[in-house]
Each structure stands twice: as structure tokens, then as C-alpha cells.
Ligand binder design. Structure first.
Ligand code: 6R9
Length: 585
């Protein structure tokens, strides 16, 4: 346990007495902290931006954009309000209705932030797609979301969308952030904005109106579209204040890409709702660049991922040398287990611990955290947020759940009903229903809870993996490989990796007439990369004579993984043919 010695010169944490707050907390009181819309109702973008303008703080810097080639551009709250009004006006002119989906496929460029806020103001649903996805994950998400509008760049359009337009009948408009309208079937994002005015009546959304659509993966089937409503902003704002300790004027950097939930909840919404300046770096990870940003921008609060922390550890003290990180007040991480060594390293190298936080696409906001005011328990995800009841449970055969005592491993569950809880999986009512039992939301994560109420992550109860903090489901990866003429079967696992946490590894059984070879391995890896993109594509591929399957024909990834790691093979009673050993791997 790392006790807290808070520096006298630093502000008192926003949340000091967690127990007392837990005892008196009500979500209604948290709701009352929102400004709300002039005519009633609630809108995320209004809470994030326009409220500050109305309060006379419009000149404060909302977004500080650092381009990969050294550009630096500030957008004030007032400027973001005006630009997002223009985009909302443009959507309206294009006939976009409340509830329609607007997707963006782009890196961390200013237009992404304008698109997010403008879409929310128009009452449409903002759906980000990770720019490192290949054409196949992009197509699947555009089809499933039924996006009417896509914002992207010329290059990403050419590489990942253009050839698939005929399979996307719902996609009416493609707006290119760097286009001049020459590319067939597209329009220029900026020309559209120029034709609009800065003004727009306040949004008319209600707390339960759909706002955000985030795709996430499961073991089976296509990605699930988790739906969030405008009321989620209550939890974004509160967790920004209590967990990240944000306050107006803070310089805050969230390194997550808005293609994933963290990059939206905490890379756009929570910091703006709390009046902070959001630093956005367009470039990819680079230890020296990152330290330089923390130093030069005087970052106060930093939210990143364990993979990045491990990469910084690897670079050693040399990369840090000469940089002044004294402005940093709070550092936190999310997305994968934060190993205790990383916490100890940050104490030694940066003088402060990283605070682990736990949440999911489905929870919309941080649910469990190590708080600024509480001792950090290295290796623990922390304690639930006031207002959140978390428990370790076991599913019963009758569909109910039993709570398990301290120290016993089980499924991490949350009492349903917090504002940022997802409201459904798009067109998948059954999968949504299966996430709940006896009033609990079942997370699919395995964990323990000690007698002091600190939770520890154990693993997942499905075959989804995290690689560099990104969630990858086996279905998507295996499906693409199966498209190759040589592949009969494919099974994906997460192979432990010192830096990325896990890497995507696939086992492949070939069709008759094909022989394993290095050339074929390279070809298959290249094939997967072309279709899936670098974020999802397997890094390792191993040939197998056949893959272990259950009697009902499902690939037993658990077995593939156990064999890879040299672990006991466990219960094999359901294995096809009752074999105790698989022949080929
Ligand atoms: C925000 C986000 C969710 C899954 C989650 C769990 C893993 C998240 C973690 C963690 C260990 C932590 N996860 N935080 N595992 N320690 N502090 O990452 O959402 O992409 O939906 O992933 O990530 O397995 O269930 P998402």
C-alpha cells in the first residue's frame, strides 16, 4: 500500500472522504450539478462546451491540438461552441434526424472533436471508428450502425471505404476533412461548415435520448454496438471531478484514441464538462515526445494505459532526463491490468503513483478506482465510486446470482441503474438481456474483492482479449482468416506480452492441398493485416493439423491458450471425441 503524502502546495482533492460520500451520495444530487438545457432536457455537448460560454468563460482554452508535424493550435470553448453549431447546422441541412448515426473514421484531428460535439447538438448519435481498423472492421461497423453520414479523410476513404460503398446503402454522405469535393461521392467537410452560421438554438435532447454508439467485441458474433444516452454526462462529469480530480483551468491529457470509449468519455466529454484544457496529440506513442508534452504543456492530470506506462519504463530514465514534470498532480491508467511494478516505477521515476481505474464500454464511465485521497494499492483496481455498488457474484443455474464472500474469485457485477450504463446493444436485445441478473449488470470480468472493499482483476470469462489496451474479439479475426482460400479453421488467443499485455496469436488449420510453410505464414499474416488493420491483425500465426473443438463444434480457445502457456489443460470432458490430447498443434 502506498500512503498519500499530499503536497501542501497542491489543491485539496475534489473527493476527500470517500466513505462519507458513499453514505450520503445520490445520483439525483449529481444530476442537479448539470446545467441542463434552457428549455429543460439535457445534452452532452451543451454540458461540455456551451454551458461554459454562457457562464462567461468562453475564452478559456478547451482544446490544445498538437499536430504530428509540430503544429500547435488552441480552440477556445467559444470557438468549439461555434464550430460545433456549424456542424450541427450542416447535419440538419443534410436531412439528418435525431437518432441518426454519424460515424467518424479519422485520427486525432480537430475535426473529430467538432464532429462529436456537433453531432450531439443535432441530437444524432456519435459513433467513432478507430482509424487503425482495416476495411473489414470498418465495413462491419458502418453496416451495423446504419450510419447515414461518415466523416473521414481522403486517404482513409480511399483505403478503407471507397470500394465498399455499394455495400453500404444507408451511407448517404461522406464528408472529407481534407477534401475539396472532387472525390466522387464525397463532399468537403469545411465547405459545408463555411456555408453555415455560428448560431443555433439550444439542443432539444432529453436525458434518455441516444447520444453515443461504441462498438465492442464479444466471443461470438459481430461487434456489439453499445448505446449510451445523454444522461451519461452525469457520470462523465462526476468521475472527471472525483476520480481524475479535474477542475477548471487544469491542463489534462488523455492519451486514448477517441476510436475507443476512453478517448470519448475521458478524451472529450469529462474534461470539458469540468472546464479543463484538453491536450490532444495527433502523433503515436514516442517516449521522448510524451515527456516533452508533459513538460512543455505543464500537464496537471494525465490519463493513459498500462501498455504506455510499460513502454516508458522500458525507455528508462534517459528519455525523461531534463524534463520537468512538476506540474503533474494526478496520473491514472485504464484498460488492462496495471502491474504493481509499473506503480513502483512511477513512484521512483516520476515521484507519484499511477492510479488504476476500471470500467468498460458498457459502463460508460469509471466504476472502480484508486482515488487521489486514498492510499494506492498496487495490483488493485481500487474501490467503487460512491453511487456504485460493486460485488463479486456467481451465476446460478436458475439465472439468478449469489454474492461471494471476500477473497473468493467470481464475476464482477454492478448494481444496475447508474446514468452512464449502456441502454442496449444495437439490434441485439437478447445479448443485452443476458448481461443482467437479479438487478445486477454482469461485467464478464473475473475478479476478487478483499475485506476492505478493494477489487483485484483476475481475467475475463470469455475469449476476448486486450492488446495494447484495445479490445479484440476472436470472431472478427478468425472470420477474416477463414476468407483466405488456404484456411480451413482459425482460432485466436491472447499471448502474454511484456509490453502490449497480450498480442493476437492465431492457430490455423489448412485445407487439404495446402502445406504449412514460412511463405504461407507470411501471406496469411499479410492478408489479415490488409483486411483487419494493424490494431487487430494477428502478430503471430501457428499452423495446426486441426483445432480442438467441443462436441458442438466450437473451437476451444481456452485449450489453445493453455497449451501455448504450458498450463494444465483443465476440464476436457466437452472436447470433441473425448480426446485428452490434441494431435496437431
Ligand atoms: C475502458 C475500457 C473493458 C475491459 C474490461 C477488462 C479490461 C479495463 C481494467 C481492465 C484490468 C483494469 N480492463 N480496465 N482490466 N484492470 N484497470 O477499457 O473499455 O475497451 O470496453 O474494455 O478492459 O477486461 O472488461 P473496454
Amino acid at each position: 500500500m502506498i500512503p498519500k503524502t499530499l503536497n501542501d502546495r497542491e489543491p485539496v482533492p475534489n473527493l476527500t472522504d470517500i466513505e462519507a460520500m458513499r453514505a450520503t451520495f445520490s445520483w439525483d444530487a449529481a444530476r442537479a450539478e448539470c446545467a441542463g438545457l434552457p428549455d429543460g432536457g439535457l445534452n452532452i455537448a451543451f454540458e461540455a462546451v456551451d454551458r461554459w460560454v454562457a457562464a462567461g468563460c468562453g475564452e478559456a482554452v478547451a482544446l490544445r491540438w498538437l499536430g504530428k508535424n509540430g503544429e500547435r493550435r488552441d480552440f477556445s470553448y467559444a470557438e468549439l461552441a461555434r464550430l460545433s453549431n456549424r456542424f450541427a447546422n450542416a447535419l440538419q441541412r443534410l436531412g439528418i434526424q435525431p437518432g441518426d448515426r454519424v460515424c467518424i473514421l479519422a485520427g486525432r484531428i480537430p475535426e473529430l472533436y467538432i464532429t462529436a460535439l456537433g453531432t450531439l447538438k443535432a441530437g444524432a448519435v456519435f459513433c467513432p471508428l478507430f482509424s487503425a481498423f482495416g476495411p473489414e472492421p470498418v465495413r462491419v461497423r458502418l453496416v451495423k450502425s446504419r450510419a447515414r453520414v461518415l466523416i473521414t479523410t481522403t486517404l482513409l476513404h480511399q483505403r478503407k471505404v471507397r470500394e465498399q460503398r455499394s455495400e453500404l446503402p444507408h451511407l448517404e454522405q461522406v464528408l472529407l476533412t481534407d477534401g475539396n469535393g472532387d472525390e466522387p461521392g464525397t463532399r468537403s467537410f469545411h465547405t459545408l461548415l463555411e456555408a453555415e452560421t455560428d448560431h443555433r438554438p439550444p439542443p432539444r435532447t432529453q436525458p434518455e435520448d441516444w447520444a453515443l454508439l461504441h462498438f465492442t467485441s464479444g466471443t461470438t458474433g459481430t461487434p456489439k454496438g453499445a448505446i449510451h444516452v445523454h444522461e451519461a454526462v452525469v457520470a462523465h462529469g462526476l468521475t472527471g471531478r472525483w476520480v481524475l480530480d479535474l477542475r477548471p483551468g487544469d491542463i489534462y491529457w488523455c492519451t486514448a484514441d477517441p476510436g475507443w470509449v476512453t478517448g470519448v468519455s475521458y478524451g472529450i466529454i469529462a474534461p470539458l464538462v469540468n472546464g479543463a484544457t484538453l491536450v490532444v496529440d495527433e502523433a503515436e506513442f514516442d517516449a521522448r515526445r510524451w515527456y516533452a508534452i508533459l513538460d512543455r504543456e505543464r500537464v496537471n492530470v494525465w490519463y493513459t494505459a498500462p501498455t504506455a506506462v510499460r513502454m516508458l519504463m522500458k525507455m528508462g530514465a534517459e528519455a525523461l532526463c531534463g524534463h520537468d514534470l512538476s506540474a503533474l498532480r494526478f496520473m491514472a491508467s485504464v484498460g488492462e491490468p496495471l502491474n504493481p511494478e509499473a506503480v513502483h516505477w512511477s513512484m521512483a521515476a516520476l515521484g507519484r503513483p499511477f492510479h488504476d481505474t476500471w470500467w468498460q464500454t458498457e459502463t460508460g464511465a469509471i466504476m472502480i478506482a484508486n482515488y487521489r485521497a486514498a492510499p494506492v494499492q498496487p495490483g488493485s483496481m481500487g474501490q467503487p465510486l460512491p453511487g456504485i455498488e460493486a460485488a463479486i457474484v456467481q451465476r446460478r443455474p436458475d439465472g439468478g446470482v449469489d454474492r461471494l464472500p471476500p477473497g473468493v474469485e467470481g464475476e464482477l457485477a454492478l448494481r444496475a441503474g447508474w446514468p452512464s450504463m449502456f441502454r442496449g446493444y444495437l439490434e441485439d436485445e437478447e445479448r443485452y438481456r443476458q448481461c443482467f441478473a437479479d438487478g445486477w449488470y454482469l461485467s464478464g470480468d473475473l475478479a476478487t474483492c478483499d475485506a476492505d472493499g478493494y477489487f483485484r482483476f483476475v481475467g475475463r470469462n470469455d475469449d476476448v482479449i486486450k492488446t495494447s489496451g484495445h479490445l479484440v474479439g476472436p470472431f472478427e479475426v478468425e472470420n477474416v482468416l477463414m476468407e483466405h482460400p488456404a484456411v480451413a479453421e482459425a482460432g485466436m488467443i491472447g499471448k502474454p506480452d511484456e509490453f502490449a499485455g497480450q498480442i493476437v496469436k492465431v492457430f490455423v488449420a489448412l485445407k487439404a492441398g495446402y502445406e504449412p510453410s514460412d511463405a504461407l505464414r507470411k501471406e496469411l499474416l499479410g492478408f489479415a493485416r490488409t483486411h483487419l488493420g494493424p490494431a487487430v491483425a494477428p502478430r503471430e500465426l501457428e499452423f495446426a493439423a486441426d483445432l480442438p473443438k467441443t462436441r458442438s463444434g466450437k473451437i476451444m480457445r481456452r485449450l489453445l491458450r493453455a497449451r501455448e502457456l504450458g498450463l494444465p489443460l483443465g476440464d476436457m470432458s466437452t472436447l470433441e471425441g473425448g480426446r485428452s490430447q490434441n494431435s496437431g498443434v
